[in-house]
Write a protein of this length. Sequence first.
Lengths: 335, 328
Amino acid sequence: MNFVKRYLLPRLIIYFLVIFIGITTVFIIPRLLPTDPVLQTITRLRAQGAYMDPESTQRTIETLQELFGLKGSLSDQYLRFWQRLFKGDFGPSFFQFPTPVITLIKQSLPWTAALLLTTTLVSWFLGNILGGFAGYFSNQRWGRFLDYFAMVIRPMPYYILALGLLILLAYIFPIFPLGGGYTIGMRLTWSLNTLLTLLRHAFLPALSLLLIGTFVWFQAMKLVVQSVKNDDFVKYAEAGGIRLNKIATKYVIKNAMLPQITGLALSLGQIFSGALITEIVFSYPGLGTLLYNAIFTGDYNLLMGITAISILVVTTSILVIDLLYPLFDPRVRYK
Amino acid sequence: MQMVISTRELKSYYVLDVFGKGKVIKAVDDVNIDVRENEIYGIAGESGCGKSTLLKAIFGIMDPPLRLTAGKVLYFHKEQVYDLYSLNSEARRNLRWKFISYVPQGSMNVLNPVVKIKETFKDFLDSHLKGKTKSQYYEMAKEHLASLGLPPKILEAYPHQLSGGMRQRVTIALATLLNPKIIIADEPTTALDVVTQRGVIQLLRDIQSTLMNTIVLVTHDMGVQATMSTRIAVMYAGRIIEEAPTKKLFQDPKHPYTGYLIHSLPKFGDKSRRDSAPGSPPSLAALPLGCAFHPRCPYAFERCKSQTPTLKSYEPDHKVACWLMEER
């Protein structure tokens, strides 16, 4: 119970406070912009040739203000903003008016989540395990080979690698499709065939992300391991004749993993801003393209929606890792 | 008496590469020691004289830039003689902990911080024994701690939850886990307060008197040497300069350096000023010619400046490396 009172409760209060402040900022910043989205919409409608008499113009303005949450005083707007937020309503998108923002996000999110969640987790595990062993057995040939490989892959600009993979595996050797999330005109149903098509389309984007991700973690882990393997407890275990594989896993990797766990929390949070370059190179659907279009067209309802969700996810993943961390490092166990 | 460990002309140097220029630090130079069964063999000397390096060479845990330059280390185990540096790593691993074990210097950080103490015990047992279950290993660890008079509940603790003294005792318990014939203890009481030091020394002595094994004790603390050791070797600048049974060494030190070491100890009722050896120890990278102690030695004469004295027996059981012995 002490744990709840002294650690969990303050930690939860901070968690909600961060979300509150973050989302409030999301509310304030667009309102500081000099552009008026209502006028913009009306101008756009007029430019398309629609004639409106002053009365209907006035009614349109009111309706739009209602839709965009711009009605009444600032405090009224703020209250209503929160009310709508709890219902998951971020208003309509400007860019694809009048589709609600939440519908757009719901369309893109599964693609991004499936692609990035898997690649982030898999590359974290692979990178840390390979980096751990390669760092500990640094004079083994396979370790050095991996190291050279990382030195080639890692500094390569991501879009070059992605394009290279695309050209090699989709154009020269057309094993994988050139782009898209699924075959055009295909119905997404629950069948093995659908699943295979989805996997085939996701393979190249996933491979490109995995390659870069794994070797980023690999190099970071290798550096940490190089300092941990000179620590007294590793030297002592070696002197004691403990088997080297056991030292590598239980003594070196288990200790070197600690900073990497924090890194994982941070990169999990980044998932929800999508992977723009991946999505563009492989014309893969996802949040990245959505966010890009939102910025490009000044669609701030959509921006607010994506940012709000991103804030929620980042803070939550950090909270979860914070609560799990003591399982990995007993020294930070909360009294 | 039966020998357990013996070194033959052991030389172990740090070979450094400083801005393209090779630099050799002679940390252990021409060391011949014979450690016998059932004794506590003390190695004394000031910081930086090569004590810890000697232990590393004896135990076979040398990491570059430290290298074995010449000489042999012999282990006498079960009627057989093993030449440590001609064994492969698996054979060496098999001798560890069963024949020779090690209590490291600075035991604050030698235990894996993210696992419980019992896990460390299990790993040490598991690596040297075979065909036992996890719970059997825990049980063995518990019995072992109880036999040393340590509370078995520390097995459930993490290293950071234990005091410095307790951690040192845990490493001693680990070192004695498989009843080795010889335990090498590198400054086991350094960084502990006097009360805890006493406890640790008592533990080591109890273990020695029950197991009748050998302890090689390295410490610069002459007080600890006097209470613990049966024989003492004094090291200076990488060489053994005097070796004698404790009582003899303290009553009749032959080498001027040993004399200074012993006279620097406070005595009850004696309030006179203590003399220390003048000057400071030489750098192991640039040793003076001849006897390394001659620039600080008040009795030095011509021969000391050009020739290095070797360790010779002048009385049974009393070896000295000093030209003064020849002049007499």
